[in-house]
Design a protein around this ligand. Structure first.
Ligand code: SF4
Ligand code: SF4
Length: 476
C-alpha cells in the first residue's frame, strides 16, 4: 500500500489506483471533463492537471500512484493551467447558455465560474459547425458546443457496445458523427450519452426546450419497465414554479427520467425504455368506481365488492406483478385466506422491444414478479366450473379466458373497455402517486416515492385490501 500525499494529507492508496481515484475517495476535488469512472481513460481534456513535486504538471486521471509522491491539486501553477485550458476549450464554443438545455447542470459553465471567470482572450472569429445534427430519432447533436471529450463514443464502444459513434476529421473541424451502418437509434441505451456529455452538445429530443432544469426537482423512484428495477429519478416541476395558465398539466407530468446511481442494481445507467416512462404512466386514467359500467361512489363500490367476496364459494384472484411489496403483503394479510391466488404477468414484451441483454434489460417486463412469486402461486390460474368470483388486480388479464359464470372485481388504473364490464370496478393509484418498494430479480429491494397527488376517487391498493376484508354491511 503506497503512501502518497495530496495537499499535505498522508493517504494510504491501493497500488493500482490513479491519483484521480485516490483524490476522489479522500475528498480532494480535481475538475475533469473526459474522465468517467465507468469508461476507459483517454486524458484528452487536460482539465485534471495536478502538480507533483519534482515532476511538474501531469494529468491525474492517468497517473498511477507511487510511494511518497506529493501531489498538489490547487497550486498557483495548477490554477494558471486550468484557466488556460478553459480559455482553450471555449475558444470556439458558442457560449449560448441562454438557450442550452444543459444550462444549470453544465460542467463547463460551473468550471468557467470556478476556475476562469474571464471573457475569451481570442480576437479571432469562432469556427462554426453544425448546430442541430440529427444523431437519431431520440438525440440531437450541437457540434459547436462539443468539447470532444469522447465520453459519448467511448460509451457506445465500451458500455452499450453499439459502436454507433466516432470522430471525423481533425483539429478544429473534428466532429462527432454516427457510424454509417450502426444506427444510434438501435442502441437501447443511447440516452445515457445525453447525461454523460459534460456540456449541452447532446440533446434529448424528448426534453428539448421543454423546461429549464432549475424549475424541476427529482423524486427517487424505480423503473417498472423490467425485473431489473433500475433506480431512477423522475423530474417534475417544483411547486414554487407551478404554471397557473398556459399548460398546467405540466405541473403533474414527468418532464424527464434520469438514472440514480445504484451499484447494486444498475450502476449509473438505464435503458431508453426507462426514459420513456411518461408513456406508461401518463396514459388516460380510470378515475371513477363503477358497478357494471355505472359510476358510483368509492364506498358503494367497496361495499358491493365486499358483498361479492362474502357470497363467493370459490373466489380466485389474479395478483399484479406491478404491485409494491407493501400492497402484495397487504393482499396476503387481509385476503390471502379468502382467495385462491395466482401471480399474473401484467406486461409482456412489446413488438420490437429488446427482450434481454447482458447489461441491464430483462425479459420479464414487470417490476415485482419476485415478491409476488414469494407470496403467491406461480403458474396458470386453476379456474374450474365452480369458480364464481375472480378478482383481477392490474393489467394483462385475458378476460375472454375467465369462467363465463364468474363475477368480476377489477382493480385497474387506466381506461380500458373491461373496466365497464366488471361487476365492480375500482380505480387504483399508480407508482407516482404512492410510495413503496419493489424486489428485483436478484432480491434487491428498492424504494420509490410519491411525486403527484392522487384523485379522491382513486384508491391505494394497500388500504383497499384491508377495506375489502371487512364484512359487507348487512352481512355477518
Ligand atoms: S458530444 Fe459531448 S460527450 Fe460527445 S465528445 Fe462532445 S462533449 Fe463529449
Ligand atoms: S433495464 Fe429495465 S428497469 Fe432498467 S431502465 Fe430499462 S426497462 Fe427500466
Amino acid at each position: 500500500m503506497p503512501e502518497i500525499f495530496i495537499n499535505g494529507q498522508a493517504i494510504q492508496a491501493e497500488a493500482d489506483q490513479t491519483v484521480m481515484q485516490v483524490a476522489q475517495a479522500n475528498g480532494h476535488f480535481i475538475p475533469y471533463f473526459c474522465w468517467h469512472p465507468q469508461l476507459s481513460v483517454v486524458g484528452n481534456c487536460r482539465m485534471c492537471l495536478v502538480e507533483v513535486e519534482g515532476r511538474g504538471l501531469d494529468i491525474a486521471c492517468n497517473m498511477p500512484v507511487s510511494a511518497g509522491m506529493k501531489v498538489f491539486t490547487d497550486s498557483d501553477e495548477v490554477k494558471a493551467h486550468r484557466k488556460a485550458m478553459l480559455q482553450f476549450i471555449t475558444l470556439n464554443h458558442p457560449v449560448d447558455c441562454g438557450i442550452c438545455d444543459k444550462a444549470g447542470e453544465c460542467t463547463l459553465q460551473d468550471y468557467h465560474y470556478a476556475y476562469n471567470g474571464e471573457a475569451s482572450l481570442s480576437r479571432d472569429a469562432k469556427v462554426h459547425s453544425t448546430k442541430f445534427y440529427n444523431l437519431s430519432n431520440r438525440i440531437l447533436l450541437d457540434n459547436e458546443r462539443c468539447i470532444l471529450c469522447l465520453r459519448c463514443t467511448r460509451f457506445t464502444h465500451e458500455i452499450s457496445k453499439s459502436m454507433a459513434l466516432g470522430v471525423e476529421r481533425r483539429g478544429d473541424v473534428s466532429n462527432i458523427r454516427p457510424v454509417e451502418d450502426r444506427p444510434l437509434s438501435e442502441d437501447a441505451y443511447s440516452d445515457n450519452i445525453v447525461d454523460i456529455c459534460p456540456v449541452g452538445a447532446l440533446l434529448s429530443r424528448q426534453f428539448l426546450h421543454k423546461s429549464r432544469v432549475w424549475y424541476l426537482r427529482p423524486t427517487a423512484s424505480v423503473c417498472p419497465g423490467c425485473s431489473r428495477g433500475c433506480t431512477i429519478q423522475l423530474w417534475h416541476r417544483k411547486p414554487e414554479w407551478f404554471l397557473k395558465s398556459l399548460d398546467p398539466a405540466q405541473n403533474t407530468s414527468i418532464a424527464r427520467v434520469t438514472p440514480l446511481e445504484n451499484p447494486a442494481v444498475n450502476g449509473p445507467w438505464i435503458c431508453n425504455k426507462g426514459r420513456d416512462l411518461a408513456r406508461i404512466f401518463e396514459r388516460v386514467r380510470a378515475e371513477e368506481p363503477m358497478l357494471k359500467g355505472r359510476p358510483v361512489s368509492v364506498a358503494a363500490a367497496i361495499d358491493e365488492a365486499r358483498r361479492l367476496i362474502g357470497d363467493a364459494r370459490h373466489p380466485l384472484a389474479l395478483i399484479s406483478s406491478w404491485g409494491s411489496n407493501e400492497e402484495l403483503e397487504s393482499f396476503k394479510r387481509y385476503l390471502g385466506e379468502v382467495f385462491h391466488s395466482f401471480v399474473k404477468q401484467d406486461w409482456q414484451p412489446e413488438e420490437g422491444e429488446r427482450l434481454e441483454d447482458d447489461l441491464l434489460i430483462r425479459a420479464d417486463k414487470n417490476p415485482n414478479t419476485a415478491k409476488a412469486r414469494e407470496l403467491f402461486h406461480e403458474g396458470a390460474p386453476a379456474f374450474h366450473d365452480g369458480t364464481d368470483l375472480v378478482l383481477v388486480w392490474g393489467e394483462g388479464c385475458d378476460f375472454a379466458r375467465l369462467p363465463t359464470r364468474a363475477k368480476v372485481i377489477f382493480l385497474n388504473s387506466y381506461l380500458a373497455p373491461e373496466n365497464g364490464h366488471a361487476e365492480v370496478f375500482i380505480p387504483i393509484s399508480i407508482q407516482t402517486e404512492r410510495g413503496g418498494h419493489y424486489t428485483n430479480f436478484q432480491g434487491v429491494v428498492s424504494a420509490f416515492e410519491s411525486c403527484f397527488p392522487k384523485k379522491d376517487t382513486v384508491s391505494d391498493a394497500e388500504v383497499l385490501f384491508r377495506a375489502l376484508a371487512a364484512p359487507a354491511r348487512g352481512h355477518p
